[in-house]
Design a protein around this ligand. Structure first.
Ligand code: NAI
Length: 335
């Protein structure tokens, strides 16, 4: 199948070309991000391949459909960047990679926790400058802490298991119980979890119900000095409220791999530009805030799995089969 691959980076091309030796699709790469004004690039392509930062809103979808596109192959699990009801109205099929490496994301959440706890980000900079003082670097033993995991699906369950291995007490919240997790963790409501946890890690999807799950009110419900980790979706956390909580010393530390306004920042080298997002710039000033630019998924294992499943989705679509279609249940969630 002839496919235009939007938002291509060198690593995308390398991984997809390697996997495509087994699938033989005609992949054409563009660095352009999908938006209404770049949709015309897809003229003559029956399929486009997108990531989370491509904007597949109604105007972009209208233009894609007008250019003859019939299939959107997401090389991602999340699909909140696609206006699914509109895609359905246009008769566009949308397929995705439901799971590629839950371990990659869970392990990144643990990396953020350990780095913030032991202040590795600060120690790294200090030692390189010849400053061998330990002042301000004191951490805590993980096995003395209670960790709250919100969302015990694929990623949350693995994160919970790793943290159990550190000796932490694990408390969890999810409307659906995971029987494996329930063997070693206590299920409770989100307010109960926030009141008890020393570390809170978010692993639930972004839905209208979970938007700003962590806001001024829920931050106030968290224990003073606790740590918040978000590797899920930026919209789960009200960053402005976090700044206020950090300023008064209530929120103890914050680790983010995702940010609500990340579309204008992440995945680009902006190092020679003036940062325009004042909220993000303020977050960067805190010594107890650690931000990575949506890299939790970015392991060799995960990238290989993403390429393989995406190309398999294209194979299936060529045979009019869509086992990884984003279904009607998801559409209900998004509305
Ligand atoms: P999953 O679908 O396996 O699990 C999500 C769990 O969250 C489900 O058990 C669901 O019942 C639960 N949930 C839904 N709403 C909830 C709420 N309001 N409170 C508590 N639990 C709730 O999803 P998976 O694969 O574990 O992924 C979790 C999230 O990780 C994704 O939604 C995505 O946003 C994020 N992600 C981030 C990546 C990154 O690179 N930073 C990469 C891949 C996923």
């Amino acid at each position: 199948m002839k496919v235009l691959v939007y938002s291509t980076r060198p690593s995308t091309r390398e991984t997809f070309d390697s996997a495509n030796q087994r699938h033989h699709h005609e992949l054409v790469y563009t660095e352009a991000r999908l938006a209404p004004d770049t949709a015309a690039l897809a003229k003559g392509y029956p399929a486009v391949c997108l990531v989370g930062n491509d904007i597949a809103d109604a105007p972009a979808l209208d233009r894609l459909a007008g250019e003859g596109v019939q299939l959107i192959a997401l090389r991602a699990a999340g699909f909140n960047n696609v206006d699914l009801p509109h895609a359905m109205d246009l008769g566009l099929k949308v397929v995705r990679v439901p799971a590629y490496s839950p371990h990659a994301v869970a392990e990144h959440a643990i990396a953020l926790i350990l780095t913030l706890n032991r202040k590795i980000h600060r120690a790294y900079a200090r030692v390189r400058e010849g400053n061998f003082s330990l002042e301000g670097l004191m951490g805590f033993d993980m096995d003395t802490k209670t960790v709250g995991i919100i969302g015990t699906g694929k990623i949350g369950a693995i994160a919970a298991g790793i943290l159990k291995g550190f000796g932490c007490r694990i408390i969890v919240s999810d409307p659906y119980k995971n029987a494996e997790v329930a063997k070693f963790a206590d299920y409770m409501t989100v307010p109960e979890l926030l009141a008890e946890a020393d570390i809170v890690s978010l692993h639930c999807p972004l839905t209208p119900e979970s938007h700003h799950l962590i806001d001024a009110g829920t931050l106030a419900d968290m224990k003073k000095g606790s740590m918040l980790i978000n590797t899920s979706r930026g919209g789960l956390v009200d960053a402005r409220a976090c700044i206020e909580s950090l300023k008064i010393g209530h929120l103890g530390s914050l680790g983010l791999d995702v940010y609500e306004e990340e579309e204008d920042l992440f995945f680009e080298d902006l190092s020679d530009q003036i940062l325009q997002d004042d909220l993000f710039a303020r977050l960067l000033t805190f010594p107890n805030v650690l931000i990575t630019a949506h890299q939790a998924f970015f392991t060799k294992t995960a990238m290989d799995n993403i390429a393989e499943t995406t190309l398999k989705n294209l194979d299936d679509a060529a045979g009019n089969s869509y086992p990884n279609a984003v279904g009607s249940e998801s559409i209900r969630l998004k509305k």
